[in-house]
Write a protein that binds this ligand. Structure first.
Ligand SMILES: [Zn+2]
Length: 211
């Protein structure tokens, strides 16, 4: 069977699960097949090198255009693009859903996204007016709902008690800078803040309680 070359392929899962690596493999394969590829990431996400989507601590990378928002991506989109990659769907604003629906009949869109936030709930996209405010309407689960090809990628739980747990880790545990567990009322995304994360299985994930 030939892979569908239109639609929306969505790699979802936890951090450290290999979502971005899988997307980069797809893009390299598309290059090899002679397809016209464009890849985008948000410009404030510069944890690794600007100008690349990176995975596996920067060892795997693919050239990408950094843009500040979805409108800039739309302006940079070429009419003959066949494969469009959008890194980290959960960081974009909620208009991403309409954008995907508008373009999925003309190209293959590929994106990555966190299924759960540190509260163990579906990740909300951002409000277009203020990217630090959660959208009331669009979550990663909604994007999974419009995807024609959802692929889940999970890391292993790194909880250690003598030996590493190693079970499937669905949830990202988050700690504050002072080493305490993040509380439910903390922001879901704090841009520029250094929170610590680790992947946790059902047993070892401590779900923050609603206060
Ligand atoms: Zn575990």
């Amino acid at each position: 069977m030939r892979e569908d070359d239109k639609g929306f392929r969505f790699y979802v899962g936890n951090m450290f699960g290999g979502k971005t690596a899988k997307m980069i493999f797809d893009l390299q394969r598309a290059d090899y097949a002679g397809k016209k590829v464009q890849a985008f990431k948000l410009s404030w996400d510069n944890r690794y090198k600007e100008g690349f989507i990176t995975a596996n601590n920067g060892q795997l990378k693919y050239p990408a255009v950094s843009v500040p928002n979805l409108s800039s991506l739309e302006k940079s989109l070429k009419p003959d693009t066949e494969i469009l990659a959008i890194e980290e769907a959960h960081f974009w604003d909620e208009r991403l859903k309409e954008f995907i629906l508008e373009h999925e009949n003309n190209m293959l869109l590929i994106s990555t996204g966190l299924q759960f936030n540190y509260r163990g709930e579906s990740f909300h996209l951002r409000s277009p007016e203020d990217i630090q405010i959660d959208s009331k309407y669009v979550t990663v689960a909604d994007l999974m709902g419009i995807s024609t090809d959802v692929r889940q990628e999970w890391p292993v739980c790194t909880y250690e008690n003598g030996k590493i747990c190693g079970d499937v880790a669905y949830y990202p545990q988050r700690w504050r800078e002072d080493g305490s567990l993040s509380k439910y009322s903390d922001d879901t995304i704090v841009i520029g803040a250094k929170n610590a994360y680790a992947p946790r299985c059902r047993e070892h994930f401590v779900r923050p309680k609603k206060e």
